[in-house]
Design a protein around this ligand. Structure first.
Ligand code: GLC
Ligand code: CA
Length: 565
């Protein structure tokens, strides 16, 4: 395989992203909370792992009521995470290792502790009053919310402030008031903040709930729907279809404006990744128009959360792959995400089965699109069911009243987690009592997940058959193989030799690579796969799946095969 990675594909289309939840990665100063110097001390690990971009969940000053997604100053670093110079060093040291840096930007709302909101709520005539969305209530004396709009997490999104006898709007938690982007001052200020970090060398942004920026100005009520539980398409839930509060036409226009701000920066090109829970049709629209040459004018990427709960089977992934290819053909790029800081960890959905985790990783790192790996996913960190009563997650705190036995019953099947703490436990570096996240004898901010004694970087690094070694092998192969990071994708028809498998080709210029995934618990024998197949990767290390042109796959085995160099 030619090791050259030289081609015209923009860096961000062929990159792999690793998400760090800063609070949980590595504590350097003994307070049990992860921090920037801790992350810097682990950059060599990330470089060796082979990821090319790091996305940091928010590190700006914040009361940490939603662990950084409630910002109180967008231009400074939370003191528990470090200083501005730590941050500059983090960017520099990442770049020194040829890794790109993506920050998490929360444009939609601020903390209620932000000086802007404090000023805004101080009086109806405040100069910052219009920076947020204030309205009179309905009914006798305005004691009912202005309309029926619900927050994304359920309950009215309007909150009464008796000091000025008006209601403010919050898409998410009550302490996260929405900014009013119809006010030009707000837009200008937020765009300046975007430039502030780009000037410091940040290579792009992950945009928090970016489809929630604008709401209907005339406050029309959202219609009723029968759907109660949220799905990956957040726009319907809690018996409400959010047609007037999510994906507003002005939001689509807004992302194009934001794009032109980041396009002021070149070399390298800076990118925008939207956190948007929506249908593929809606997601497609956020990429903008593709008429201007080979470039889009909206978001570079959006998360396609359709993969989060995908069952690990042939039909599901055949469906996802063909849909992603259909909706996001070149020059668009899909994304592949299976875990993040809001979701139950993927491996737990796969029954904590390492074979399945390797198979899942093989798919994620060989398809067309940008893979997002969540810290700890590469070592098989398990979701840790933590009690609601002691939850740090502000959403889970709202469910405190539910008896734990009922929670266990509701979430017992393993696909639901009511507590986001469960997936935010400390990174597992070694088998010592605090897993190397913080010094022994300290209390980490969240308890460790079970199994850290074996699922940790230290023990997996030296084991060629570990999940970590599997990720490293795949990441290296992807980096070095243009067909994998830049090629087109063709689904192959199911072979007549067995059920439950999926295969596809990746093609770039002359290079052809074939991926075979056995989703079944039975072995699979395929004859005549090609003339001179070469094994490039296998999830199983102790057997050779190829004999002449025959392929033999064990249950849940995945392989990558070179067909043409
Ligand atoms: C996004 C974040 C989540 C946060 C919320 C409010 O969904 O991923 O962690 O709580 O936005 O900012
Ligand atoms: Ca610390």
């Amino acid at each position: 395989m030619p090791a050259s990675t030289h081609n015209d594909t923009p860096w961000w289309k062929k990159t792999t992203v690793y998400q760090i939840y800063p609070r949980s990665f590595k504590d350097s100063n003994g307070d049990g909370i992860g921090d920037l110097p801790g992350i810097i001390s682990k950059l060599d690990y990330l470089q060796e792992l082979g990821v090319e971009t790091i996305w940091f969940s928010p590190i700006f000053s914040s009361p940490q009521a939603d662990h950084g997604y409630d910002v109180s100053d967008f231009r400074s670093i939370a003191p528990e995470y470090g200083t501005m110079s730590d941050c500059e060093k983090l960017i520099q040291e990442s770049h020194n290792r040829e890794m790109y840096v993506v920050f998490d930007m929360v444009l939609n709302h601020t903390s209620e502790q932000h000086p802007w909101f404090k000023e805004s709520r101080s009086s109806r005539s405040s100069s910052k009053r219009d920076w947020y969305i204030w309205r009179d209530g309905r009914k006798s004396g305005g004691k009912k919310p202005p309309n029926n709009w619900k927050a994304l997490i359920g309950g009215s999104g309007w909150h009464y402030d008796d000091h000025t006898d008006q209601w403010y709007w919050a898409q998410f938690l009550p302490f996260q008031p929405d900014l009013n982007f119809r006010n030009p001052e707000v837009k200008e200020e937020m765009f300046d903040i975007v430039r502030f970090w780009l000037d410091k060398g940040v290579d792009g942004y992950r945009l928090d709930i970016i489809n929630a920026i604008f709401e209907d100005e005339s406050l029309q009520n959202n219609p009723f729907t029968w759907r109660y539980f949220p799905s990956e398409d957040y726009s319907t839930s809690f018996f409400q279809n959010r047609i007037y509060t999510m994906n507003h036409p002005d939001t689509f226009a807004f992302v194009k404006e934001l794009r032109s701000v980041v396009d002021e920066y070149t070399d390298p090109e800076r990118i925008l990744v939207g956190e948007i829970a929506a249908s593929l049709e809606v997601l497609r629209r956020y990429y903008g128009d593709t008429t201007a040459g080979k470039k889009t004018n909206g978001l570079h990427l959006t998360f396609l959360f359709q993969s989060l709960n995908a069952k690990l089977d042939e039909n599901t992934f055949r469906g996802l792959l063909s849909n992603f290819e259909q909706y996001f053909p070149e020059p668009l790029t899909p994304t592949w995400v299976f875990s993040n800081h809001d979701q139950m960890r993927r491996i737990t959905k796969l029954g904590n089965d390492i074979r399945k985790a390797k198979l899942n990783a093989t798919l994620q790192l060989t398809v067309r699109g940008v893979p997002f790996i969540y810290y700890g996913e590469e070592i098989g960190m398990l979701n840790h069911r933590l009690p609601l009563k002691t939850a740090q997650d502000p959403i889970a705190q709202r469910y405190k009243w539910i008896p734990q036995t009922l929670v266990n019953l509701l979430t017992g099947s393993g696909s639901l987690s009511l507590n986001r703490d469960d997936c935010r436990t400390p990174m597992q570096w070694d088998s010592s009592s605090n897993a190397g996240f913080c010094s022994e004898g300290l209390d980490p901010w969240l308890p460790l997940s079970p199994g850290y004694e074996t699922a940790n970087v230290d023990s997996e690094e030296t084991n060629p058959d570990s999940l970590l070694s599997c990720y490293k092998g795949l990441l290296q192969l992807r980096r070095e193989t243009p067909a994998l990071h830049s090629g087109s994708l063709f689904l192959l028809l199911p072979s007549p030799f067995g059920r439950g498998h999926l295969s596809f080709q990746r093609i770039y210029d002359e290079q052809v690579v074939q991926v075979w995934l056995n989703f079944s618990s039975k072995p699979l024998q395929i004859s005549e796969i090609s003339e001179n197949p070469r094994l490039l990767f296998s999830t199983l290390k102790n057997t050779n799946p190829l004999t002449a042109s025959q392929l033999h796959l064990e249950p849940y085995q995945g392989v990558v095969i070179g067909i043409r160099p």
